[in-house]
Each structure stands twice: as C-alpha cells, then as structure tokens.
Write a protein that binds this ligand. Structure first.
Ligand code: CDP
Ligand code: ZN
Length: 160
C-alpha cells in the first residue's frame, strides 16, 4: 500500500464558473487559476502523484504552459491516472476534505464522489468527500478562498 497527501488553495473571483470535484456549482464566484481551478481534484491529483512518487501536479502541468490554460481538471486527473497505471498502480481509496465558508456542498457530495470514482476507476464506496468551514476565521473564513486536502492510498495492480 502506498499513501499520498495533497493540499491546494485557490482564490475566489467573480465571472468564473465554480467546479468542485468535476461538478458545477451554482455560486456567485468561481475559483481563479490557470486551469479550471478545481481545488478538490487538484488536491486528489497531488495525493495520487505523491503516493506513486511521481512529483506533483505543477511539475506535470506547469502554469507557464498555455496548453493547460482553462483546461478541465478532469483531463489533468485522467492524465495522472495514465502514468499511475503505467507504473502498475491502482487507486485503493480517497478521503478528501473541502475547506470553504461557502458554498455548502452537502447536497452534491454524492455526485462529486461518483464523478471522482469514474475518473479514478474505483468503486464509489471507496471515495469519501467531506467539508468544513473555518468558522469565519482567516482568508477562507472571509470567503476569499477555498482549499482542499486529500489523502489517497494506491495498491499494486495484479500481475497479468
Ligand atoms: O466543525 P464542523 O466542520 O463540524 O462544522 P462546520 O465547519 O460548520 O461544518 C458543518 C458541516 O457542514 C460539515 O460537517 C459539512 O458536512 C458541511 N459543510 C459543507 O457541506 N460545505 C462546506 N463548504 C462546509 C461545511
Ligand atoms: Zn489548484
């Protein structure tokens, strides 16, 4: 079993769609970033890369490369899964925490878990999405930003 950790934070901005865990949210602000700034998928991607000893998401998809501008993070995660599978590894489970004052994600958590499970090719029961506020404290508490932390385990794929 291989364990990896991921953390990410993005600033809220007006006039951008909010995408979390690959799902669109109806919210007055989106997150700013070079890609679609899906902070949940970025934390998961970094955790997967960490568990596979493959560096981090910024190394694979530099924000200086126009190729990744406004790209869906689902595409980035698909590419991460390609290199992970090439290494003979599979996702075993994911636990991810979304940290933001708003929006409340409770109603769409199951949808996020399903989408994440499809991208990672793992049973949705092995994906856990949860959330917390920072009780109005700090930049996240002032709704200036949203963050996510993820932990992932990978296993060796069975040999053919
Ligand atoms: O301290 P605790 O995390 O329990 O309290 P909270 O930050 O007020 O969050 C209460 C509950 O709201 C959490 O357990 C989450 O399930 C949910 N929540 C959410 O759905 N979306 C957020 N952005 C923050 C919290
Ligand atoms: Zn990010």
């Amino acid at each position: 079993m291989f364990v990896g950790i991921g953390y990410d934070i993005h600033r809220f901005v007006k006039n951008r769609k909010l995408i979390l865990g690959g799902i669109s949210f109806d919210h007055p602000c989106g997150l700013s970033g070079h890609s679609d700034a899906d902070v949940v998928l970025h934390a998961i991607g970094d955790a997967i890369l960490g568990a596979a000893s493959l560096g981090d998401i910024g190394e694979l998809f530099p924000d200086t490369d126009d190729k990744w501008k406004d790209v869906s993070s689902q595409i980035l995660l698909n590419k991460i899964m390609e290199v992970v599978k090439e290494k003979g590894l599979l996702v075993n489970n994911v636990d991810v925490i979304f940290i933001a004052q708003e929006p409340k994600i409770s109603n769409q958590k199951k949808e996020m878990e399903k989408r994440i499970s499809e991208i990672l090719d793992v049973n949705p029961e092995r994906i856990n999405v949860k959330a917390t506020t920072t009780e109005g404290l700090d930049s996240i508490g002032r709704s200036e930003a949203a963050a996510a932390q993820a932990i992932v385990t990978l296993t060796q794929a069975a040999k053919m």
